[in-house]
Design a protein around this ligand. Structure first.
Ligand code: PAF
Length: 285
């Protein structure tokens, strides 16, 4: 049975009870609008833990003014159905006041790895993410927490936070789940018109071009970056970045790297999409 709780204290109690019964807690933090990518995270958590906790909270702290906080899709009933079918034990779906009551003043902030890529275009974003996830970790006390690698930088930032703050949590990054035509699943895909959904494939074409070049032996980061950027530049309305960087630091890579992250963020109208591939590690997108 899936229990749905709204209050932080109830969520903590459910997790405390599970721990007392010697159950390993696996946590999947989400903002809802669950799709097959999220369900794959829940499946991964169920392989690593025997008490499954999912959180559904559209976290205002990680949205800057002018971003899509107000229109972020909210599909709670469907989400709960998906959680029930997956055998989730507890869903924590707080409202904003429960997470950030009056007087709330604390921010958790990670330095270095938050600064490049997303950090340039969304400077306050990761502080919002690390603050809310630190709160969720403190409430749940999970053994393992599972995130998607579509938000690759987020995964690394949270791994850094856990290591630096000695949180006894295994942070797992799961492979990107894609549509048959390659588009990475995202809650934001539902904003796309049919035409923009088609145009969005340019980012997949870019990542595939870089992947193919890598498979043919190309190792020069600048060449791989250009291969990825060309279709995006030709199709998207605006590019934030298409970058070839070191997959751990997000700094400029070695001249001939063993692994290389190609990460992209670009806009189609008012919709911002991100995607990535780690060359030398990931399958062809
Ligand atoms: O990846 C997300 O959905 C969010 O950034 C997260 C980790 C749930 C924090 O709000």
């Amino acid at each position: 049975m899936t229990t749905v709780v709204r209050e932080p204290a109830e969520f903590r109690r459910a997790c405390d009870d599970a721990r007392r019964a010697s159950r390993r807690i696996g946590l999947v933090p989400t903002m809802g609008a669950l799709h097959a990518g999220h369900l794959s995270l829940i499946d991964e958590a169920s392989r690593r833990a025997d008490f499954l906790a999912v959180t559904i909270f559209v976290n205002p702290l990680q949205f800057a003014p002018g971003e899509d906080l107000q229109r972020y899709p909210k599909t709670l009933e469907d989400d709960l159905g998906g959680c029930r079918r997956r055998g989730v034990d507890v869903v924590f779906a707080p409202d904003t006041g429960a997470m950030y009551p009056e007087g709330f003043q604390t921010q958790v902030s990670v330095a270095g790895v938050t600064k490049p890529l997303e950090g340039v275009f969304r400077p306050s974003h990761f502080e919002g993410v690390t603050t809310v996830v630190a709160k969720l970790f403190n409430l749940a006390g999970p053994c393992a927490a599972v995130f998607g690698r579509k938000d690759y930088q987020q995964w690394k930032v949270l791994s850094r936070m856990v290591e630096d703050l000695d949180m006894p949590i295994e942070v797992i990054g799961c492979p990107i789940v894609r549509e048959p035509d390659g588009l990475a699943l995202s809650s934001r895909n539902r904003y796309l018109s049919t035409n923009d959904r088609h145009r969005a494939l340019a980012v997949v074409a870019g990542l595939r071009a870089a992947h193919d070049a890598w498979e043919h032996g190309e190792r020069k980061p600048a060449v791989l970056e250009s291969a990825a950027a060309a279709p995006v530049a030709a199709t998207f309305d605006r590019i934030d970045y298409v970058a070839a960087v070191d997959p751990e630091t997000f700094e400029p890579p070695a001249t001939s790297p063993e692994r290389l992250l190609i990460a992209a963020a670009a806009h189609l109208g008012s919709t911002r999409l991100i995607d990535n591939v780690v060359l030398g590690e990931d399958e062809r997108p």
